[in-house]
Design a protein around this ligand. Structure first.
Ligand code: COA
Length: 453
């Protein structure tokens, strides 16, 4: 391997220009045309490229030295075919105007024209924004920030607007360290702003940002008394995630109403007496399923699902019912409830509820529902707000019926009243439609013959 001198090539009219940057050091491997130093005259700064590839042995210049064409920049242990050959002239250095130099004066004769030369970037409007496109060659250059090509390149890579960087070098020249310091300062500012935002109160609705929730409270419960930890069961874990999504993503509203089921209850009791021997027990839920099918047919959007900006209307009526099991809540489905009678629905419900409690429901038993009923009637309560089972758009909650005094126009009479709570997706259903749905359901339950209409 031969050690050669790498010299300053033809740099036009420039003489005795100052070395303002050392871009390599002894031991560095450099490629042909790689910039070695930056020099600067009154009018422009430029990078001096290497004529050969190899490993830097010794730098022959220091910062502040004055160099001209032919000055030795460094010694290089040259590599490859060029080693034995005479040193090749390096590519022409590319000049970049200094702060107050017009372009024409800054470009050496052998250098590319301004149109070919890499132009300085325009400062983006905000710090750390992506670098703006190169200026056209005709763009005015007066007032450009004063920085060497390598510093400009570094700033461009980081998206730093040089116009906003204060130079600490001679004549206010922007150094690599200035760009680094600017970047650090901007980053510190951003981090501080983020930290302040995290502590700020939740933004007002409509600002288009995320939920911005407070972190979940962490409490050491054992500090206040004895505790026991038990993992959630599989069903609770799955249904919990689904409930959470449905509660958060659906703009849900609940209407409460009462249905007079005095006659229907008498009929139900009579029916059970008649079918005592069959083993089929008819509960109010079977009537509710049938009544809901009639209401869903009258108000088809309650039997639909959202699909982007469209509604999918389903021409089948599969009714899910929430079933309480030792392992958690499941929702088996009565398929084609419109085609089944009260006794068949009661039988199927009993079978599905048994399977649910034994943990034997399969996916087919729990899929395809178009509407769901959650009945707490066997337990108690007045009203509640059930969560819609997405992608359905409504759910009916039912509580325990009880005798209430009702004014018939002349006197108070005892009537059996069933509390209904209808939750609906406001993206699909309006309040008036929901009130009509409940009113219609009430009419059917009050006089079940209407199901036939
Ligand atoms: N008002 C008054 N009594 C009612 C009633 C109502 N709305 N609904 C049912 N009952 C009565 C029944 O007639 C029955 O009475 P009986 O024992 O004198 O015959 C009793 O309550 C128990 O009924 P149940 O066995 O619960 O039958 P069902 O058909 O009403 O309900 C299930 C079946 C599977 C839905 C029900 O057992 C269940 O699991 N419910 C819980 C649903 C749930 O957890 N929902 C909440 C989801 S967040």
């Amino acid at each position: 391997m031969a050690v050669i001198d790498v010299k300053v090539p033809d740099i036009g009219d420039f003489k005795d220009v100052a070395v303002i940057e050392l871009l390599v050091k002894p031991g560095d491997r450099v490629a042909v045309d790689q910039s070695l130093i930056t020099v600067e005259s009154d009018k422009a700064s430029m990078e001096i490229p290497s004529s050969h590839a190899g490993v830097v042995q010794e730098l022959k210049v220091q910062l502040g030295d004055k160099v001209s064409e032919g000055s030795v920049v460094l010694t290089l242990e040259a590599e490859g075919a060029a080693t034995a050959a005479a040193p090749q002239p390096a590519s022409a250095p590319v000049a970049v105007p200094t702060v107050d130099a017009p372009v024409a004066a800054a470009v050496p004769a052998s250098a590319p024209t301004p149109a070919e030369a890499p132009a300085p970037t325009v400062a983006p409007t905000s710090a750390l924004a992506p670098a703006a496109p190169h200026q056209p060659a005709s763009a005015p250059v007066l007032g450009l920030p004063h920085a060497s090509p390598s510093v400009r390149k570094f700033a461009r890579e980081l998206g730093v607007p040089l116009a906003e960087v204060k130079g600490s070098g001679p004549k206010g020249r922007i150094t690599l360290e200035d760009v680094q310091a600017f970047t650090k300062a901007v980053m510190a500012g951003i981090l501080q702003t983020q930290a302040q935002a995290a502590q700020a109160p939740a933004p007002a609705a409509g600002t288009g940002v995320g939920l911005d929730l407070l972190p979940w409270p962490k409490v050491d419960f054992a500090k206040f008394g004895p505790i026991e930890r038990k993992e959630l069961g599989r069903i609770k874990k799955i249904s919990g995630a689904n409930l959470m999504r449905n509660a958060v993503m659906i703009p849900a509203v609940t209407n409460h109403d009462d249905a007079d089921i005095t006659e229907l209850e008498a009929f139900r009791v009579q029916l059970n007496k008649e079918h005592e021997k069959s083993g089929i027990k008819v509960t109010m839920l079977a009537f509710l399923i049938k009544a809901c099918v009639a209401a869903l047919k009258k108000f088809p959007e309650f039997n639909s699902s959202l699909d982007g900006d469209a509604l999918i209307y389903k021409h089948y009526w599969h009714i899910g019912f929430a079933a309480d099991t030792p392992n958690g809540l499941v929702v088996p489905v009565i398929k084609n409830a419109d085609q089944k009678g009260i006794l068949q629905i009661s039988q199927e419900m009993a079978d599905l509820a048994k399977k649910a409690r034994e943990g034997k429901l399969g996916p087919a038993d729990m899929s395809g529902a178009t509407f769901t009923i959650s009945s707490l009637g066997g337990i108690g309560g007045r009203y509640f707000t059930p969560i819609i089972n997405a992608p359905e758009v409504a759910i009916l909650g039912v509580c325990k019926s009880q005798m209430e005094p009702k004014w018939d126009g002349k006197q108070f009479v005892p009537r059996l009243m069933l509390p209904l709570s209808l939750t609906w997706d406001h993206r699909v259903i309006d309040g008036a439609a929901a009130a009509r749905f409940n009113a219609y359901l009430g009419q059917i339950l009050a006089d079940f013959r209407r199901v036939l209409l």
